[in-house]
Design a protein. Structure first.
Length: 345
């Protein structure tokens, strides 16, 4: 019998890649999504890539009424775990609308917990972020870092959700919890059928570079070249979304293989830092396009350097990232070329 996994936010950028990995791993998948920042077409393409038949429950998980709706939709089918990715994720918007972020991101988690109780499953893999470390830690960042000081409401919702899930395990040791702390997910499925489809002006480096390369935007702003890094630009630990997806399957297997409940916080990154200038050069290399850029002021809240210690993921999950920055750029570029206006184009 194959295991049945709920994937909240399963139509989104990371969720769609996780769904492919699950289907390819022999799991049955139910996506829970309200399509507020994603597209049903993504699910159709996941099914096409992996020859799957994903069950979709369209509902807003932040809304309490969704609990009963989901239970009814599942209709007694056994559930063996959830991968919880649903949530809002724009840093700037979270500063402008903190209540919206706390409402959406925290209530989604609380409501998912109720759903899990109702369906009798205690396994949750949570989509956390390196943003929970915030300022004041040394690189490479380890899961035992002393400081947890996210610099914005979005980051705090990630940290609070981790705490909620940890507290759940403390109260009831049957829960199996993995808080996966993603570094910077980029790239796309090698088919070019699914990828990141940001609405409006992209906030993050890779989608912005890709839109400049494809001619949708004139030039990239490099936010600061006076950081204490090897070339002055910001350094991040970019991880191929395909690696990230396989990390979720590994985490699920890890939780299922435990003889008792557990709670683990695990970094998912490559362990290697890449600067903004290095990312531009790699993208130019693989796309054979020039990326015009200008150096502008630092972006408030940005750190000079952020990269992961990935020892724990390799120890607990027997997982490590496979793809390098050129592969990330090549796959990101293929997606962008094949879908210049995203899913709606
Ligand atoms: C950002 C979020 C982080 C979130 C992550 C998701 C902030 C402060 N942090 O991380 O909470 O989890 O995205 O992937 O927004 N850069 C430019 N020009 C651009 C865009 C970015 O030079 O147009 C630089 C940034 O200064 C940084 C690097 O590129 O050095 C990466 O930026 P970005 O992709 O936004 O990711 P993070 O800031 O690391």
């Amino acid at each position: 019998m194959s295991l049945h996994i709920l994937v909240t936010g399963g139509a989104g950028y990371i969720g769609s890649h996780v769904c492919v990995a699950l289907l390819e791993g022999g799991y049955q998948v139910t996506v829970i999504d309200n399509f507020s920042n994603s597209h049903p077409e993504a699910v159709a393409r996941v099914n096409k890539i992996a020859d799957g038949a994903i069950n979709v429950i369209e509902t807003d998980l932040a809304d309490e009424g969704s609990i009963d709706f989901i239970r009814k939709e599942i209709g007694g089918r056994p559930v063996h775990g959830a991968i919880h990715l649903a949530g809002l994720k724009a840093v700037g918007e979270s500063v402008a609308k903190p209540a919206l972020y706390y409402h959406t991101n925290i209530n989604s988690t609380l409501n998912l917990i109720e759903v899990m109780r109702m369906v009798g499953s205690n396994t949750v893999v949570f989509s956390s972020s390196a943003t929970v470390y915030g300022e004041g830690n040394k690189n490479p960042l380890t899961e035992t870092a002393l400081n947890y000081m996210p610099t914005n409401p979005y980051g705090r919702t990630k940290l609070y959700n981790e705490n909620i899930l940890r507290d759940l395990y403390i109260a009831d040791n049957d829960w199996r919890i993995a808080n996966l702390r993603y570094f910077n997910p980029v790239g796309a499925h090698p088919s070019g059928l699914i990828g990141e489809d940001p609405q409006g002006i992209p906030n993050n480096l890779f989608p912005y570079i890709a839109q400049v390369a494809v001619g949708r935007r004139e030039k990239l702003s490099v936010f600061g070249s006076d950081y204490p890094t090897r070339d002055g630009s910001g350094v991040r630990d970019y991880i191929h979304v395909q690696d990230l997806a396989s990390g979720h399957v590994a985490a699920l297997q890890f939780l299922h293989n435990q003889s008792a409940g557990c709670s683990a916080d695990i970094n998912l990154g490559t362990g290697k830092g890449v600067s903004v200038f290095e990312a531009i050069a790699a993208f130019e290399r693989v796309s054979s396009r020039t990326i015009p850029f200008e150096v502008t002021a630092r972006r408030p809240g940005d750190l000079a350097e952020v990269y992961a210690d990935v020892t724990l993921a390799s120890q607990l999950l027997a997982w490590q990232a496979q793809y390098d920055i050129d592969q990330m750029c090549a796959d990101h570029w293929r997606w962008q070329m094949q879908n210049p206006a995203g899913y709606t184009g």
